[in-house]
Design a binder for this molecule. Structure first.
Ligand code: BGC
Length: 446
């Protein structure tokens, strides 16, 4: 049996949830006035997504949302993290909101609340309206102001019922994969010149936070992808490279939020106190704006020194000797404890309460998924260990409720507690769904 034999060491009131994102599940990309997003464009470009898959239909959640809410209710979760498609609300990224777009999320929020599930929307999960990309996307400072305007429209409609907001999903991954390496939309290959895309996302968050607070928000989170970084060896070069990678992946997008400043970027040839794209007042808006930190964790990272003439001062190594997911990602549950206790040690009093906003794995297509059960059991136990070590961690969202469109991998990676037949849309709960239902039901206070 793969589940832990002792109960998880989690605090009273711990919140269980699952997470999804709009482009990965909704489909209906031209319906009810939705405008195109960068992902529609990217998917249409040959060679960008494996086998030419697109999110045009995905899980057809736009039509099957009531069935998905029923699945959540049956699972017994406390909260559901979903994302709002900006281009359903503002098809061209600006201007008057599209009522049909707001109506869709309004209905979803009501249905969740009716079933006792806390709606936890993310405002930006990578699907920028294409019209804004045409004006420079997140490289353009104005996109931050557009984001705050979009947030205001959404909050005006949902703010009477939504109390917890996640502004951004993984701004580091969006910058790195979308703007630096070009493996995600919008497909730029700017390497370190992508840095303004990080700052402008944070600025958008900083501008949106007071708007959300004014609409009654009690919790404002950013969901950051974080990874504990280990040097490949004890050599000074590998250790310096690991520190540089930690700065880029973890601290670049977290220090400004929690400490109000950028980390030392000298390894990247930048003076972090004089970044050309940071204007006076920006860091005051960004710093201290979070009332919770979202942590998305998948695996740790091993780093070695980069080749002398390489553009980046590190090389990503291989983690060996551990199980691997269907995506070939290493499975290291204790890395989550290391990550969380490391955040506590580094940010100390500046660290707000933590929610694990994503954690999960892809498995083979079948309905029986012992690997997912083992993965979840190990990682939830790791959260318990961090709690026991003094970390204030309040909730855990499984990625994902459904098999869905896994970005550049298309439909080849299945992350769902629920299997989806993409030809028919049929949902079939997996063994892991039943396992989680039992476990969280057992852990619930009477
Ligand atoms: C993203 C999800 C994605 C998951 C698995 C996270 O980086 O937020 O959208 O599907 O990881 O790759």
């Amino acid at each position: 049996m793969t589940s832990p034999t002792t109960p998880w060491d989690l605090p009273a009131g711990f919140s269980w949830g699952t997470a999804t994102a709009a482009y990965q599940i909704e489909g209906a990309v031209t319906e009810d006035g939705r405008g195109p997003s960068v992902w529609d464009t990217f998917c249409a470009e040959p060679g960008r997504v494996r086998d030419g898959h697109t999110g045009a239909i995905a899980c057809d959640h736009y039509h099957r949302w009531a069935e998905d809410v029923a699945l959540l209710a049956d699972l017994g979760v406390d909260a559901y993290r979903f994302s709002i498609a900006w281009s359903r609300i503002q098809p061209a990224g600006r201007g008057r909101p599209n009522p049909a777009g707001l109506d869709f999320y309004d209905r979803l929020v009501d249905a969740l609340i009716e079933r006792g599930i806390t709606p936890t929307p993310t405002l930006f999960h990578w699907d920028l309206p294409q019209a804004l990309e045409d004006e420079g996307g997140w490289l353009a400072r104005d996109t931050a102001a557009r984001f705050a305007d979009y947030a205001e429209h959404v909050a005006a409609r949902l703010g009477d019922r939504v109390r917890t907001w996640i502004t951004l999903n993984e701004p580091f991954i969006h910058m790195a994969w979308g703007y630096a390496l070009g493996v995600h939309a919008p497909g730029h290959t700017l390497l370190l010149d992508a840095l303004p895309a990080a700052h402008h996302q944070l600025l958008g968050h900083g501008l949106a936070a007071p708007v959300l607070r004014a609409a009654g928000a009690e919790r404002i989170l950013v969901a950051n992808n974080l990874t504990p970084v280990r040097a490949a060896s004890d050599s000074a070069e590998d250790r310096a490279a690991a520190a540089a990678y930690d700065t880029l992946h973890n601290r670049l997008l977290t220090d400004p939020l929690l400490l109000g400043r950028y980390p030392d970027l000298s390894a990247y040839g930048h003076d972090s106190t004089a970044l050309p794209f940071v204007e006076p007042g920006d860091l005051d808006l960004i710093g201290g704006s979070l009332t919770g930190l979202g942590v998305n964790y998948y695996n740790p990272t091993v780093i070695a020194a980069g080749a002398p003439d390489a553009p980046l001062p590190f090389t990503i190594g291989e983690i060996t000797g551990v199980p691997r997911t269907a995506f070939d990602w290493p499975v290291v549950p204790e890395g989550l404890t290391t990550l969380l206790t490391g955040l506590g040690a580094y940010y100390a009093d500046a660290l707000p309460p933590i929610w694990i906003t994503e954690n999960g794995c892809s498995t083979a297509e079948g309905y029986d998924d012992p690997e997912r059960i083992a993965f979840l059991a190990g990682h939830i136990a790791a959260v318990g260990a961090a709690h026991k070590a003094g970390i204030d961690v309040r909730g855990y969202f499984v990625w994902s409720l459904l098999d869905n469109f896994e970005w550049a991998e298309g439909y080849h990676q299945r992350f769902g507690l629920v299997h989806v037949d993409f030809a028919t849309g049929t949902r079939t709960p997996r063994a892991s769904y039943r396992w989680l239902r039992e476990r969280i039901g057992a852990g619930r206070p009477e």
